[in-house]
Design a protein around this ligand. Structure first.
Ligand code: NAD
Ligand code: DAU
Length: 338
């Protein structure tokens, strides 16, 4: 049995990961440590909550006493760190919590991992640590780290701490850097679910700037299959980029969503740009494809339709979110843009 601490497992990617992996493997015992911030939701984990090889602990990765207790009690030998403050716009509104969770929290986990001699520590990072691309070129693992937002700066800082623990103490670490994810269970502050829900409610769709910023989209299950491969077979000390080679300008995504929902493009509203908005992300994933034989399985045209259908079928899941605390954030975020 592999005793694995998964952090942030109640969020979008982490809960998709736990649901996927526990459906497949009986040899993993997963301890899910999650603070249940606005982005964490235990409803995401209904299908695994009664499994014998799963347990949930509500808590903060910054709390070293708790983290050490968990390592000891559950004999943790593996860590997959999904926990983070993950939204760029929120980091622009206030950076402190990003530094606290993403940098200090990762450091607490690293210290505990060192103390308890873990066998693999996988840091879930992001392509945003590389900064922004011009009209051509791709991020490779050798692209210098040059983050631009408080969010990406905190993630890059965490990556550097991870690498320093590998270099200095020989901690067996791995890092993945993935592009923009979409799929079920994504909190509706991110582009795709926000646009789906606004369209369903006939609200305006706020597109930043001219809508020509480019992101490289990957379905969350493709990301998680790559995480599984890196966790199992990745070479210690290495970084692996993950991307599905699916670059698109934001405006194109928004139009696809409207078309699928049979809604008018008149709902689109161009608003004030995100400060410091990165122009383009695009991933070269040839390393993970060649070394670990990973390849994306989902194509955007059908996976976006699945995603839209999921939001249509799971109104209860998102209705509580959009009527609660999120509404305050939404109003604050968009009132001075529109
Ligand atoms: P999310 O915001 O949906 O979920 C984050 C989870 O972490 C939540 O369940 C939250 O409660 C938990 N959390 C936050 N602070 C915590 C703390 N101090 N202690 C314990 N738990 C805490 O994020 P996501 O989109 O699922 O992203 C997961 C990871 O993947 C993040 O590290 C993010 O940087 C990275 N990533 C995300 C994307 C993307 O497109 N969403 C792409 C590449 C990498
Ligand atoms: O690239 C990986 C990163 O992708 C992850 O590390 C982050 O955790 C994740 O949030 C995501 O960051 P982005 O900033 O790229 O994602 P977001 O969904 O916030 O925005 C995608 C693009 O859409 C971006 O160019 C900004 C634009 N946008 C976003 C929102 C929320 C809009 O035009 N309007 C909006 O209302």
């Amino acid at each position: 049995m592999k005793n694995i601490l998964v952090t942030g497992g109640a969020g979008f990617i982490g809960s998709n990961f736990i649901n996927y992996i526990l459906n497949k493997r009986d040899d993993y015992f997963i301890v899910n440590l999650d603070k249940l911030t606005y982005a964490g939701n235990l409803e995401n984990l209904k299908e695994v909550e009664s499994k014998k090889n799963y347990t949930f602990i509500k808590g903060d990765i910054v709390n070293s006493e708790l983290v050490n207790y968990i390592f000891e009690k559950y004999k943790i030998k593996y860590v997959i760190n999904f926990a983070a403050e993950s939204h760029v716009d929120r980091s622009i509104l206030g950076s402190e919590i990003f530094f606290r969770t993403n940098v200090i929290g990762t450091n607490v986990l690293l210290e505990a991992a060192k103390r308890f001699n873990v066998e693999r520590f996988l840091q879930i990072s992001t392509d945003e640590v590389y900064g922004s691309l011009g009209p051509t070129g791709l991020f490779t693992e050798k692209t210098p780290v040059a983050p631009n937002s408080p969010y990406s700066a905190s993630k890059a800082s965490a990556d550097m701490m991870v690498q320093s623990f590998n270099h200095t103490y020989g901690l067996p670490t791995l890092i993945t850097r993935c592009s923009n994810n979409y799929g079920p269970l994504q909190f509706p502050e991110k582009l795709i679910p926000l646009m789906i829900l606004n369209a369903l409610k006939d609200k305006k769709l706020p597109v930043y700037g001219d809508g020509m910023n480019v992101r490289d989209w990957i379905y969350v299950i493709d990301h998680n299959k790559a995480v599984e491969l890196v966790f199992e077979n990745g070479k210690i000390g290495e970084v692996y980029n993950i991307g599905a080679g699916n670059e698109m300008p934001n405006i194109e995504i928004v139009k696809i969503i409207l078309k699928n929902l049979n809604k008018s493009e008149e709902l689109i509203q161009f608003v004030k740009d995100r400060p410091g908005h990165d122009k383009r992300y695009a991933i070269d994933s040839s390393k993970i494809q060649n070394d670990l034989k990973w390849k994306p399985e989902f194509n955007f045209e059908s996976a976006i339709v699945n995603t839209i259908e999921w939001y249509l079928k799971n109104k209860k899941w998102w209705e509580r979110i959009v009527s609660g605390e999120y509404q305050n954030y939404y109003n604050k975020q968009y009132s001075d843009r529109i």
